[in-house]
Ligand binder design. Sequence first.
Ligand SMILES: C[S@@+](CC[C@H](N)C(=O)[O-])C[C@H]1O[C@@H](n2cnc3c(N)ncnc32)[C@H](O)[C@@H]1O
Length: 467
Amino acid sequence: MQGDGAAGRSKARGRVHGRRPKPVRDEARNVAYDLLRAVDERDAYANLLMPTLLRERGLAGRDAALATELAYGTLRGLGTYDEIIAACSDRPPEEIDPPLLDAIRIGVHQLLKTRVPPHAAVSATVDLVRLRIGTGASKFANAILRKVATRDLHEWLPIVAPDAEQDPVGHLSVAYSHPRWITSALRDAVGGGAEETAALLAADNERPGVTLVAWPGRSTVDELVDAGAVAARYSPYAAYLPEGDPASIEAVAQGRAAVQDEASQLVALALTRPPVDGSDRLWLDMCAGPGGKAGLLDALAVEEGRHLLASDQRFHRSRLVWRATRRAGVITADGTEPAWRSGAFDRVLVDAPCTGLGALRRRPEARWRRDPASVPDLAALQRRLLGSALDAVRPGGVVAYVTCSPHLAETQAVVGDVVKRRGGAELLDAPGFLEEVDQLGDGPYAQFWPHRHGTDAMFLALLRKVS
Ligand SMILES: C[S@@+](CC[C@H](N)C(=O)[O-])C[C@H]1O[C@@H](n2cnc3c(N)ncnc32)[C@H](O)[C@@H]1O
């Protein structure tokens, strides 16, 4: 990222007659600051609020890109930045007033992760604090940022991160700005050493590219390619959009294509692939909202002469499914208290509610919001939903169990437990039904990874009901 105009100009502003120069209001930094405050104060979702803030403040082009980079980058990196702030301050970050701490974090992000010149990063942040908080606070911010600016990130890490040999998880947590419990869960799930865990955490810190899905029968990958996208690596229905607004693509604007992660497409597709004896007429998507996978399954069902029933427990989510599908029946129902006959379906998808640890790159603040205490409750619900999916499918039919989390307690532990306790189901080799994708694991489970596949970390188990 380049240094920007307003901050750059501040270098030239000398003191006039010994007085402190008037602070310059820099709108990109103000937007980043307001976004961080909204995330902290009212649990705002950064990527839902950002477009509104940019529109309200009239920011576009480079200024909008700068505001977004400062806000998202700071939210992702604040685990590392707080350790560095602690090393430069006589007060721990928890004791710094939250608005001031947020402003300092934005300054640290500029100093350590962007190409904004250090003097501009410091003076622009100090001006922001003076204008938004007060002169006393700006002196405190100035003192901290000047200390931070004495080293680059690579020099700071050995000072603030635990030793990699003695505390590998602690080291990775600070170096890659992830809560310790998430670092530990991801390391267990990826099953590799520190190097692979580091690659995964680093991928979480990158903004994901935009992937489109061409719903079969309504649009084609060729049409998306003609509109500027690039045919994707794995999914026959996917195309990557290197730049630009997806809504400006005709097929997307007309509801014939949509934005969807490639792994989401492939796990939905995998449900349709294992052969079944006898009828293959009726499919169920049991946790369908907001309708990403249901959109693709519905289009495939129409092509193949099948029918999809899509259900979600929450009414407003079912409405979104209704919009994303053409022919599917859409209902609002609790999957654990089925509204359908037992054994009614030939194929069932259960895309279970989960911690979402596989999609951290999509929501910059998500890693700080997730709570490890939610895992046991989610795992219990996931077991009930998978059990219910096995009740809903007929003997010989197929169930796909999917989570957007690689956490072992939500993936292998749930499936292994349900197969063992409930009985009447056998595990199929999921990677074998996704042969176009490499490195999904040795089976029977398939696990996508951001650092390997450039997708969300989706988990897939395929089960056949035997009785
Ligand atoms: C991971 S999301 C599904 C995403 C969706 N399949 C897609 O591709 O767009 C999980 C969904 O499960 C729904 N849900 C949670 N508990 C449920 C239950 N007991 N029965 C049915 N749906 C439930 C949530 O409302 C949420 O929409």
